[in-house]
Design a binder for this molecule. Structure first.
Ligand code: CA
Ligand code: CA
Length: 200
């Protein structure tokens, strides 16, 4: 009996360790190279690069109401704009905006028409995927909105060396809208004159 009791004491930390290791394995692919884009009290955004894919994760750390699948404007959402040819200009050709189609809850990939306008969903041919979840994570244990976009690397980073991107993050109930980075004065919502620059 006492041997079993001691075994139980030993087993508990081992089980904890195994759970911890599994969670780490789940949250980041082995050998993934991570770049943190935004980290503050409200938001965490990062990109993991692994196996020819770029995974963009945006977490709304202080939003504890689930409007990830609501109807606009009562909806938590994120969109990302990518200056694919990295020339700091919003081009109708290669550049793109990735958001969500609120009716279908699927990826909405749009072509840019300058820094003020975009096409409708589907105008940009994309093999990326989109997922919205309301879960706890390593960064915030309480369930909160987590948005994940998985891109084939060649689609948004053809030279394999870096990315220029902008993010917009909206929390419905809190009523906060944040642009990363703030657009320069006099520039449109889709301006790439200032971007988050990521180098690999
Ligand atoms: Ca919310
Ligand atoms: Ca461009």
């Amino acid at each position: 009996m006492s041997r079993i009791f001691r075994g139980g004491f030993l087993a508990a930390p081992v089980v904890c360790l195994v759970l911890l290791l599994s969670f780490e394995a789940f949250s980041q692919a082995p050998n993934a190279e991570r770049k943190t884009l935004v980290k503050n009290k409200e938001h965490l955004a990062y990109i993991d690069r692994a196996d020819g894919k770029l995974t963009l994760v945006v977490e709304l750390l202080s939003d504890f109401s689930d409007e990830t699948k609501g109807s606009p404007p009562a909806r938590d959402f994120v969109w990302v704009g990518i200056d694919i040819n990295r020339n700091k200009t919003s081009d109708s050709g290669p550049d793109a905006i990735f958001s969500v189609d609120p009716k279908a809850n699927t990826l909405c990939a749009q072509t840019l028409y300058g820094e003020q306008a975009t096409s409708g969903c589907g105008a940009f041919a994309s093999a990326a995927t989109y997922e919205a979840a309301f879960v706890g994570t390593a960064a915030q244990a309480k369930p909160h909105p987590v948005f994940t976009f998985v891109f084939p690397e060649r689609e948004i980073m053809p030279d394999g060396k870096g990315l220029n991107l902008i993010l917009r993050v909206h929390s419905a109930e809190i009523g906060s809208v944040m642009n990363y980075p703030e657009r320069a004065p006099g520039k449109g919502m889709y301006s790439f004159s200032k971007t988050i620059s990521v180098k690999f």
